[in-house]
Design a protein around this ligand. Sequence first.
Ligand code: PMP
Length: 359
Amino acid sequence: ATPGVRALQPYQPGKPLGELEREYGIRDAIKLASNENPLGPSPLGLAAARQALGEVELYPDSHGFALKQALATALAVDPGQLVLGNGSNEILQLVARAFLNPGDEVVVAQYAFAIFTTVAVSAGGSVVTVPARDWGADLPAMRAAVTDRTRVIFLANPNNPTGTWHRAAPLRAFLESLPQHVVVVLDEAYCEYVSEPDYPNGLAWLAQFPNLLVSRTFSKIYGLAGLRLGYGVASAPMADLLNRLREPFTVNNLALAAGEAALADHEHVRRARDANAQGLVALVAACERLGLACIPSVGNFIAVDVGRPAGPVYEALLRRGVIVRPLAPYGMPNHLRITIGTPAQMDRLLAALPQALAG
Ligand code: PMP
């Protein structure tokens, strides 16, 4: 393997519920570890996926014609600007494979989504990690880190695991300041949760920036994480490149059908957004009552500083049937990331958390 691959830290996904049953014999565990939708899948999406089970002997439509039509209409873009992926992770991977030659530099922020580094290294890229500011990406510092060898910048808005976000004006200024040879991936996996008036819709900038790609997912607000469906939107020439590189059939029949139906499920999106907004405020208030600081988040999760190494607190929560995410792999050893769950799940967490903190 290359030195870059050997140096990679393994991605540590949220513990699956089944593992808690096997390890601790807990059958009613709750998972607040992967920023999934606690309301479940979009009902319209689920019904469509069930129906699509009737045609699993057929290969999926590799071009995703119907889903792309639906997305193009919903997003007011051309279908030729779209690339579909097996989760938005595949979109990130495609960008890395399409644009990176060995040794090319990839600029990411400290505390950025871990997969940015994985895909960059997997394509032979050399990752330049720029220190964060107030836990969020420091855009001027990232601009200053760009060199002649920089080929790709990955930036999530909002970012996971910190929940930090960028306002329209500074983000636009950042994009304008970049040289032409730099491809920017704006990862908007959580955009549907954000209601701040200053929060930009990256799609509005595609016409101005031919090297910009916006990635989104059906894993979060649409509740379809297990079906693996994401997409990228870019200029038509960039989308064309990625579609040529993409392997056929990575998006399956169920995902194609579910995504198309879920896109029209405005009711589910509205309910999930409202529930998340309430749950987020309530969880922050509860953490404050426990004397725990939170990084202000606009996503469906929050990074909580437990004021001591978070590993034992994480373990103690596990023993009480509550799975959260320790952020030590992100270099945040005192933080846990907690996904906003249903009110009942939050009650369960808040019953367990003081005990877990007490050791
Ligand atoms: N980007 C960010 C910022 C994420 O948090 C995630 C999910 N953890 C993804 C991308 C990838 O999600 P998926 O592959 O399920 O679309």
